[in-house]
Design a protein around this ligand. Structure first.
Ligand code: TYM
Length: 335
């Protein structure tokens, strides 16, 4: 048996509703890069998921290409992994329908993201927003994924994917593999710089709270200088120090230093000094990503070749599962 066959499978994705920020990078993509040597990885761009909000089609197209190039610029090797757009593999939407019929209304109603997002967008609580976790379950289960590297905020959706798979398997036998989540030790929940009790997010209104991967060095430093801290002057990780805790997590994730090492490094130094150092370390970490991104984004033909191959191979894997699922529920096999 070849080494590739023995490797376990990873699937993960990001929705292109805005620019990729430090939260998505440290919570997810950084891990994807670390795991790519040891797993068979499928990293998709969750473009169908982006449609639950009203988004200008031109903006969606731009975000999608930008994010796709960023996956590669962050270090995901297109030769070793399958990179593709979710909408190019129709089996995601097809399996999603079947799984809708094995998901309970009450389960979806308990999803905290649904509650948060519908509270924020009272004028557009569409059915897609409600059934969104079912599409995510389909993404994962289609590839018989073993591991799903995500940030903390996606844990509940992953649990639901396991529940749906267990329910389906309970009726039809072991069709789906039950996936495990994988969240980083530091960086699983990066908070807004200006509102550190809320996660850093693509939809945040205050742009100073979010550091985007393509922000230039000056903007990054400026945002960190403005980061909200507290009335103490001591850099230490403790309850109630949300701003400092968040900056320490970012610094730790970017440099690999432990909280104890960071506390020692900044012993007797003020917050201004600390914020500047964190800003500089983030800018330094992102500089090579931005450089690679600039080279890639103008080469549309290369990007197209990568996502075409990704969708073809992913589609082949997805079809195997979908065929089994259709057969088990009693649909007539396609001639
Ligand atoms: P999305 O696009 O909101 O976020 C992409 C990934 O980044 C993580 N993340 C964060 N991690 C730490 N701190 C933050 N502030 C932060 N913000 C975002 C998220 O946890 C996620 O891992 N539904 C998913 C996309 C998706 C998916 C999937 C993921 C669709 N199908 C299948 C895994 C498997 C989403 O909206 O992520």
């Amino acid at each position: 048996m070849s080494e590739t066959i023995a490797k376990k499978t990873i699937l993960s994705g990001i929705k292109p509703t805005g620019s990729l920020n430090l939260g998505g990078y440290l919570g997810a993509v950084k891990n994807w890069v670390a795991l790519q040597e040891d797993y068979n990885c499928l990293y998709m761009l969750a473009d169908l998921h982006a449609l639950t909000i009203r988004i200008d089609p031109a903006v969606l197209r731009k975000n999608s290409m930008e994010l796709f190039a960023l996956y590669i610029a962050c270090g995901i090797d297109p030769e070793k992994n399958l990179l593709f757009f979710q909408s190019h593999v129709p089996q995601h939407a097809e399996l999603s329908w079947i799984l809708n019929c094995y998901t309970m209304f009450g389960e979806l109603n308990r999803m905290t993201q649904f509650k948060d997002k519908s509270a924020k967008n009272a004028e557009n609580i569409n059915a897609g927003l409600f059934t969104y976790p079912v599409l995510m379950a389909a993404d994962i289960l289609l590839y018989q994924s073993d591991l799903v590297p995500v940030g903390e905020d996606q844990r509940q959706h992953l649990e639901l994917a396991r529940d749906i798979a267990t329910r389906y398997n309970g009726v039809y036998g072991d069709v789906f593999k039950l996936p495990e989540g994988y969240t980083p030790k530091v960086g699983a929940r990066i908070m807004s710089l200006t509102n550190p009790t809320h996660k850093m997010s693509k939809s945040e209104e205050d742009e100073n709270g979010t550091v985007n991967l393509l922000d230039n060095k000056d903007a990054i430093i400026r945002k960190f200088k403005r980061a909200v801290t507290d009335s103490e002057t001591c850099v230490r990780h403790a309850e109630g120090k949300d701003g400092i805790n968040n900056l320490m997590s970012i610094y730790s994730a970017v440099t690999g230093k432990s909280f104890e090492e960071i506390e020692k490094e900044f012993d007797g130094r003020g917050y201004g000094d600390f914020k500047l150092t964190v800003g500089e370390s983030v800018a330094e970490c992102l500089a090579p990503v931005q450089q690679k991104y600039n080279d890639l984004i103008s080469d549309k033909a290369q990007l197209e070749a990568i996502y075409k191959r990704g969708a073809e191979q992913a589609g082949y894997m997805a079809m195997k599962t979908l065929r089994k699922v259709y057969k088990k529920v009693g649909l007539i096999p396609r001639a």
